[in-house]
Design a protein. Structure first.
Length: 121
């Protein structure tokens, strides 16, 4: 029950701003063709509007652009390219949830954790 009211942390302007700054600046634009730089030109206004939609429950994820990356064996690996706002919301959600779940991991757990991975396990 203690974790049932976390949504306000996700749509918090400061968390959204931190999530925006944590996104790769040179990542490909999604189907809406909005880049990190373009979104940042009106950052405060964009984040206020995004926060409002999240708070009202009016936010809907956009379609994902599918791209294919060639593999060494000649096959192709599908890659989904999300729009920037989806990346911001996803990253803000990961940050909020990470604070909760990180405390449950043992020190020897390495999979998909900040600054840890299979190479340093």
């Amino acid at each position: 029950m203690q974790f049932t009211t976390l949504w306000h942390h996700v749509y918090n302007i400061d968390h959204l701003k931190q999530a925006y700054r944590g996104i790769k600046r040179n990542a490909a634009a999604g189907v809406d063709d909005v880049t990190w730089q373009h979104y940042g030109e009106r950052l405060e206004e964009n984040l206020q509007e995004l926060s409002g939609r999240l708070q009202r429950g009016a936010y809907r994820a956009k379609p994902v652009r599918r791209a294919y990356v060639p593999k060494i064996d000649g096959s192709q690996r599908p890659v989904g390219i999300t729009v920037l706002e989806d990346k911001i919301v996803q990253r803000a959600t990961v940050e909020v949830m990470g604070c909760i779940y990180e405390t449950d991991f043992k020190n020897f757990s390495h999979g998909f954790r900040p600054k840890r991975g299979p190479h340093n396990a």
